[in-house]
Design a protein around this ligand. Structure first.
Ligand SMILES: [Zn+2]
Length: 442
């Protein structure tokens, strides 16, 4: 074996069992009774610890780490238009690289092994993913609102070229997607063509959808139908007929009625549920129970770290379970197991990855959670602990593609101290540039 994760409490097929996990050539070669796998090139001691599939963050904008805590406690449109977009206009490619580095270090440290990212300068993000050793599904956020025809075509071209050029890079750990930002920030021709290009390239299409009540009202007023029906009329949900896991999936899906949910289910469109961002921006609570009942694949995303404000998927899984119970007034909905599965296997399905499960033959993307802590004592139910009591800081080891990215809390692929210092300085300079410009503009 290349790697042995020794004698952990392993979450396998809905249950926790004491086992050894053997890894060969980046894949899980064997899950055996503890003590059964002899030697390996490298051994991670997981005794007394919980071994989980790595968290899959199904929706984020990683480089927005630089704007963490810059503008809070504001409604979405004010937050976005008066604060975030104004600073984002000053982002350089180098800023985006630095922001992505901070994000991947945070993700490795908090047990995320794969993430879906939609932003700008995605070649920089792809390079950072390569360096960090993580797995990702990346897309350039296409926005055409306020742009003329030629600029709109350039946006689409940039999105398509990135998806084509970078798919399969970083030894296959970087996959791509076509990501028009939202129905209200892209014109109908761009939405239609984005879907055609995604099908041609056999990559998923990912888009924000029905995040706020205002978005739904505006769509009904402008297009005569609700956002899901509008996208469907443009062919956005017509995925690959061969069912190769490359269908469309949407972020948020907060304001969905029964017809919307039926439409998503019939078109095999999944939803990346982002409970913290939806709560923080007071957008509402997605109907996750109804989505699951309808057979829609649900993953969990943090959304950007400026609207969360962390990339901790353990917190996100907990929030997913809690908001569903609150929404339905029923404590039995979205159990700890369902939340954990959505945060791992569900996300992997949305991203079209084989990962998200600890099983022989799967990619070796897994994390070891230290249980030796007061807040994880006593140990009646470790799945309950994973969702309701643990947090990302309890992760001590992170493995992606069979490579150890962090062990005993020490990130091995990135210089954490350098990344944090550089991000602090870069974020300060970015905000200074943006605010100086505001003064000049009057
Ligand atoms: Zn988003």
């Amino acid at each position: 074996m290349d790697l042995l994760v020794k004698d952990g409490h392993v979450y396998e097929d809905g249950n926790v069992v004491r086992a050894d996990v053997g890894v060969r050539d980046g894949r899980i070669a064997e899950v055996a009774e503890a003590g059964d796998i002899g030697d390996a090139d490298r051994v991670v001691d997981a005794s007394g610890s919980l071994v989980l599939p790595g968290m899959v963050n199904a929706h984020t904008h990683a480089s927005m780490t630089l704007l963490r805590g810059y503008a809070d406690d504001l409604p979405l449109q004010t937050w976005l238009e008066d604060h975030i977009w104004r600073v984002e206009a000053h982002l350089t490619p180098e800023d985006i690289r630095v922001g992505a580095e901070l994000a991947v270090v945070e993700m490795i440290k908090s047990g995320t092994t794969a993430f879906a990212d939609m932003y700008f300068e995605m070649d920089k993000v792809a390079d950072v993913v390569d360096e960090a050793g993580l797995r990702a599904r990346l897309g350039y956020g296409i926005i055409t609102v306020g742009k003329d025809d030629e600029e709109a075509r350039d946006e689409l071209r940039e999105g398509v070229e990135f998806a084509r050029d970078y798919d399969g890079t970083a030894d296959g750990r970087v996959r791509t997607m076509v990501t028009p930002h939202a129905p209200y920030t892209c014109d109908d021709e761009t939405l239609r063509e984005s879907a055609e290009e995604a099908r041609d390239m056999d990559v998923p299409l990912h888009i924000h959808l029905s995040e706020t009540a205002q978005e739904v009202d505006d769509c009904v007023e402008n297009e005569g139908v609700r956002p899901p029906e509008y996208l469907d009329s443009l062919g956005v949900f017509d995925g690959d007929e061969e069912d190769s896991g490359t269908e469309a999936y949407v972020a948020h899906g907060v304001h969905l009625n029964t017809d919307d949910i039926e439409l998503l289910a019939s078109k095999d469109v999944g939803v990346a549920h982002c409970p913290s961002a939806n709560m923080k921006l007071a957008s509402g609570v997605a109907p996750v129970t109804a989505l699951l009942d309808a057979g829609v694949t649900v993953g969990i995303g943090t959304d950007g770290p400026a609207s969360n404000n962390t990339l901790d998927m353990f917190k996100e899984a907990r929030h997913a379970a809690l908001v569903a119970k609150t929404r339905e007034n029923d404590a039995s909905v979205v159990s700890a197991r369902e939340a954990l599965d959505a945060a791992t296997r569900g996300g992997a399905e949305l991203l079209g990855l084989d990962a998200g499960v600890i099983e022989e033959g799967r990619p070796a993307d897994l994390v070891v959670v230290d249980l030796d802590a007061p807040h994880l004592t006593p140990k009646h139910d470790l799945v309950s602990h994973a969702v309701y009591a643990a947090n990302g800081a309890d992760v001590k080891t992170t493995v992606v593609d069979g490579e150890v990215l962090m062990d005993d809390g020490v990130v091995e692929t990135m210089d954490e101290e350098r990344v944090v210092a550089e991000a602090e300085e870069t974020a300060r300079e970015l905000v200074e540039r943006a605010e100086a410009d505001e003064v000049i503009d009057g």
